[in-house]
Design a binder for this molecule. Structure first.
Ligand code: CAA
Length: 387
């Protein structure tokens, strides 16, 4: 039985900062951000968007095509959690009116959370072939105004439906995982922004990629040349570019060109959205599916990385007719609708996001009709509304 991705949805908030503006404001050469880091724009979430509302909006884009009676599992990976106890997925389940029999919980291991959900969901469907699962990754990356990591912020969510006989990507059994207790990036309970050892985090990422990719090829008896594309967790595009360069070293020109071209296509959305932590790898997949042309059965390799740290490599095969399941124009419009904001406006939004919402103070949203938003708290209970 084939198990894998049958639907995929994406949401990013309606404001962005241009990297040239940010570089100018920080006294940096714009090419450092555009080429050295590889980012062009970053989405900015104001106080009316959080991990929950973005997760609802990403799932909303396909939920009316899903047989909700079949959905048995709803998992949400996030490192922008809204509550220390209650799962973010319960708010999503309520907004989407999923049935009470759904098993639902939140997963945390930095940017690895959505992959952990997808692996759990695949095992669940293999055990319960008549059930489907929704897995969401949703995050706002925050490092701080003027910090080195500022250029690698972003906001957004990707949601997937997994089921038997999927129509987009069939996920192969087998994986290679590698974990170690390291301090490259973390966020203490009392801190709204991430703490990071930036240079060290890049080394750990590449080390975990090298280990898991080599182990996976040994395990599955694959060569680099068997892959049509490799997609990566992209904290910033240059990070994945470096890993891809390691992967294609010593390959012939045809293989190098194919994997380089497909890396370019897979990084298009991230370059324009920024880091969306848990969902970043799946934004790379979406970008590749929508920007590229893939033959059925093309082998796609996935490198997932979560600081702290956990790395995993696995693969999937493109299903014939996958294009019919995509909505590239909707996603193009999603990016095009964003309003460019000034650095002063971005800094105001950022600083406001560091303050906890005042209870019983209701928030409005300037989103388009149909999207969900965080409307403030009532007796410290989070309220979500649809525009
Ligand atoms: N033109 C072109 N390139 C230029 C340039 C110019 N004018 N000026 C500098 N550059 C290049 C540099 O040569 C460098 O390239 P290499 O990496 O190839 O050497 C690149 O721009 C970046 O320059 P610096 O290393 O000097 O940049 P920095 O010290 O200001 O910070 C960073 C970069 C460490 C990535 C920082 O943005 C950061 O801490 N980001 C957050 C942490 C992060 O994303 N880590 C990634 C791995 S962890 C992970 O994956 C989990 C997660 O999601 C967080």
């Amino acid at each position: 039985m084939q198990v894998g991705i049958d639907q995929i949805g994406f949401y990013t908030p309606n404001k962005y900062v241009d990297m040239v503006d940010l570089a100018t404001a920080r006294g940096e050469d714009p090419n450092k951000y555009l080429i050295g880091i590889g980012q062009k724009r970053m989405s900015v979430a104001d106080s009316s968007q959080d991990a929950v509302s973005m997760g609802i909006n990403a799932t909303l884009s396909y939920i009316d095509q899903v047989d909700c009676d079949q959905v048995g599992l709803l998992l949400m990976g996030t490192e922008s959690g809204v509550d220390q106890s209650k799962s973010a997925s319960l708010f999503v389940k309520s907004a989407l009116k999923l049935r009470p029999e759904v098993r639902t919980f939140e997963i945390k291991e930095a940017c690895f959370g959505m992959t952990a959900g997808i692996m759990t969901a695949c095992d669940y469907i293999r055990a319960h072939p008549d059930r489907s699962a929704i897995v969401i990754g949703s995050d706002i990356a925050k490092y701080g105004v003027g910090s080195a990591g500022e250029v690698t912020q972003g906001a957004g969510s990707v949601s997937v439906l997994l089921k038997a006989n999927p129509r987009i990507l069939s996920i192969n059994s087998g994986y290679s995982a590698y974990s170690a207790d390291v301090n490259d990036f973390w966020r203490p309970n009392n801190s709204p922004i991430a703490l990071v050892d930036g240079k060290y985090s890049k080394e750990v990422y590449l080390d975990f990629f090298t280990r898991t990719f080599a182990a996976y090829q040994r395990q599955m008896n694959y060569q680099v040349s068997d892959f049509a594309a490799l997609v990566y967790h992209l904290p910033f595009v240059k990070m994945g570019y470096k890993a891809n360069q390691l992967a294609i070293a010593n390959q012939n020109e045809i293989v190098q060109k194919r994997l380089e071209q497909n890396f370019g296509l897979s990084s298009y959305y991230s370059r324009n959205v920024g880091n969306i932590y848990t969902a970043s790898l799946y934004l790379s997949l979406l970008s590749l599916l929508e920007q590229g042309k893939l033959n059925s059965d093309s082998l796609i390799g996935f490198f997932s990385y979560g600081s702290g740290a956990m790395g995993e490599f696995y693969s999937g095969k493109i299903v014939s007719g996958y294009e019919k399941m995509l909505t590239p124009n909707t996603n193009k419009q999603m990016l095009a609708r964003r309003k460019k904001i000034s650095i002063t406006e971005y800094e105001q939004i950022f600083n406001q996001s560091l303050v906890l919402p005042q209870d019983n103070h209701f928030l409005d949203s300037d989103e388009e009709n149909g999207y969900w938003y965080f409307a403030g708290t009532n007796q410290h209970i989070r309220q979500y509304k649809q525009k």
